[in-house]
Design a protein around this ligand. Structure first.
Ligand code: HEM
Length: 111
């Protein structure tokens, strides 16, 4: 994945993208952003082959009550793609990240 520095860069860029998007930012009202950065980095590292373990809550627990719409889920994925482009992540690797995160969709919509 290019190491933990690359994952951190992606996640930091992702937070900047979220901060610029009023629709998605609204979901983060009251969220602990440092924890988000920490746990999301762990999860990307874990799902792309380690060596980190994910120590956060399950995707159901975290997102279940948020009533995230399909459109907003897709919008968030676009923000993640922007974040990876700005971190110069090559496209095959971007596809890998998106592929391993895709199953989270069913763990957070319509719960
Ligand atoms: C692309 C798939 C996604 C993944 C892999 C993901 C992953 C995560 C992770 C790992 C956390 C931290 C969990 C913890 O604190 O234990 C988190 C928190 C959060 N996520 Fe997501 N997420 C995704 C999509 C979304 C979407 C689409 C939204 C809303 C539109 C969203 C809103 C939030 C919010 C608001 C928090 C912070 C909760 C809090 O601190 O109270 N996430 N997410």
């Amino acid at each position: 994945m290019g190491g933990s520095k690359k994952v951190e860069e992606i996640v930091e860029n992702f937070v900047v993208e979220i901060e610029r998007d009023p629709v998605i930012l609204a979901y983060f009202d009251g969220a602990d952003i440092n924890r988000f950065i920490d746990k999301l980095s762990e999860q990307i590292c874990h799902r792309t082959g380690g060596p980190c373990e994910y120590s956060g809550d399950t995707m159901e627990q975290v997102h279940g009550g948020m009533n995230i719409t399909e459109a907003d889920f897709n919008r968030t994925v676009d923000l993640l793609i922007n974040a990876m482009n700005k971190a110069d992540v090559p496209h095959p690797l971007q596809n890998k990240v998106l592929r391993v995160l895709a199953p989270t969709r069913d763990e957070m919509l319509y719960l």
